[in-house]
Ligand binder design. Structure first.
Ligand code: KG4
Ligand code: ZN
Length: 342
C-alpha cells in the first residue's frame, strides 16, 4: 500500500514542509512543497543571522505544516512516516524542525527519520526525474556546500570525492553580489545581470585547476578576491563599474570550473549520470554549460527545477521515502540535531 511521508526542513533560513507519496513500485510522487523564507529579514545583514532564523522557524513551522496538508488535501492521520533534517546546518534552526518532527512522530505513532540535508538535495531529483541510476555522480552546490559525491545508493551509500577547500560556490555568489551592490542572496541578481554582460570581458581565475591541484576539489576564495580587487581598481580610477560584465565573467569562471570537474569526475569513475542540485544549480549559465559538456561527453544530466534546487521540505520527504523503501531502521526518538553532520 502506498505510504505518505511528511518532510521537515529548517537547517538555514527556509522553513520547508513537504509531503510525498511512496508508491508500491518505489516511485516517489510530490504532493506538497510549502516554503516560508526568512531571507528578507537577513537581507540587510548580508547573510543569515542564526537567532533571527530560529525565531522565524518557530513562527512559521505550524502554519507551513498546515498549508502543506491543505495543498495535498490530506489529514495528519494519513502520515506513515516523518523525516526531518538532522544536519548539517545552524544548531538553533535545526532544533526547531527536529522538535516539531518528534512531536508529529510521537503524536501519530509513526517512524521518524533524522536525515542528512545534503543527501536530501540529491534525493529530491527523484520526484521530478524518477529513480536514480546507481551509481551516479552528484554535484552539490549551495550556499554552505560545494561537493562532488558518488552515489551508490541514496539511502546509505554516498561517498565524497571532492569538495571546496574554502568558500562554497553560493557563498562566492553572495560575497561578489555585495561587492557589486546587488541584493542578498546574490545568486539570482548576478544570474540576471550576467544575461546582459560579456562572459569574456574579464579573465577571472579558475581555482584549483593547476596540474598539482586535487582534480576534484574546488576553491572560490581566490576568485572572490580577484573580483573585489578588480572592482576596487576600477573605482580608484574613477570609472563606473560594468556590473553586467563583471557578473557575467565571474559567473563564467564558476560554471566553467564546476562543470569541467564534474564531467571529468564522471568520466574518470565510469559513471554515466550526473545530478546537479543545491541552490546554485538554479543558475542559468551553469545548467547551459553543463548540458553542453555532458552532451559532448555522453553523460546523462539531471537538474531538478529551480524551486526544488533551493532548500525545501520536499527534498527531506523524498529522502525519507527512499529510506523507508530501503527498510532503513528509523532514528531513535532521542536523537539530536547535528549541526556539523558530514
Ligand atoms: O541550497 P540553498 O537554497 O541553501 C543552502 O543550503 O545553502 O542555496 C542557497 C545559495 C545562495 O548562496 C544563493 O545565492 C544561491 O544558492 N543561488 C544561486 C541562484 N539561486 C540561488 N546561485 C547562482 N545562481 C542562481 N540563480
Ligand atoms: Zn541546502
Amino acid at each position: 500500500m502506498a505510504r505518505i511521508i511528511l518532510g521537515i526542513e529548517s537547517s538555514c533560513d527556509e522553513t520547508g514542509v513537504g509531503l510525498v507519496r511512496l508508491r508500491d513500485d518505489g516511485g516517489v510522487e510530490l504532493l506538497a512543497d510549502e516554503v516560508a523564507s526568512s531571507v528578507e529579514q537577513h537581507a540587510r545583514f548580508g547573510g543569515v543571522v542564526p537567532e533571527v532564523a530560529s525565531r522565524a522557524h518557530l513562527e512559521a513551522m505550524t502554519p507551513t505544516v498546515r498549508r502543506a496538508f491543505e495543498t495535498a488535501n490530506l489529514e495528519l492521520s494519513d502520515v506513515d512516516a516523518v523525516a526531518v533534517t538532522a544536519g548539517p546546518g545552524l544548531a538553533g534552526a535545526l532544533l526547531v524542525g527536529v522538535a516539531a518532527a518528534k512531536a508529529y512522530a510521537v503524536a501519530l505513532d509513526v517512524p521518524l527519520y533524522g536525515v542528512n540535508h545534503l543527501a536530501g538535495h540529491i534525493a529530491v531529483d527523484t520526484v521530478q526525474h524518477g529513480g536514480l541510476p546507481s551509481p551516479c555522480l552528484a554535484l552539490l552546490v549551495s550556499g554552505g556546500h560545494t561537493q562532488l559525491l558518488r552515489v551508490d545508493g541514496i539511502a546509505n551509500a554516498i561517498t565524497e570525492i571532492g569538495s571546496t577547500v574554502d568558500d562554497a560556490a553560493g557563498e562566492a555568489y553572495d560575497k561578489v553580489a555585495r561587492v557589486l551592490d546587488l541584493p542578498y542572496p546574490g545568486g539570482p541578481p548576478i544570474d540576471k545581470a550576467a544575461r546582459n554582460g560579456n562572459p569574456e570581458a574579464i579573465a577571472f581565475p579558475r581555482g584549483m585547476t593547476g596540474p598539482r591541484d586535487a582534480p576534484f576539489d574546488f576553491s572560490f576564495s581566490g576568485l572572490k578576491t580577484a573580483v573585489a580587487r578588480w572592482v576596487e581598481a576600477a573605482q580608484r580610477r574613477g570609472e563606473s563599474i560594468p556590473v553586467d560584465d563583471v557578473a557575467a565573467s565571474f559567473q563564467e569562471a564558476v560554471a566553467d570550473v564546476l562543470t569541467a570537474k564534474a564531467v571529468r569526475a564522471a568520466l574518470d569513475s565510469g559513471v554515466s549520470t550526473l545530478v546537479i542540485s543545491g541552490g546554485v544549480a538554479a543558475n542559468s549559465r551553469l545548467s547551459t554549460l553543463a548540458q553542453e559538456r555532458c552532451a559532448a561527453a555522453g553523460i546523462e544530466l539531471r537538474i531538478p527545477r529551480p524551486r526544488l534546487c533551493t532548500d525545501n521540505g520536499a527534498m527531506i520527504a523524498a529522502l525519507g521515502a527512499h529510506l523507508l523503501a530501503a527498510d532503513v531502521a528509523p532514528s531513535e526518538l532521542d536523537f539530536s540535531a547535528q549541526p556539523a553532520l558530514p
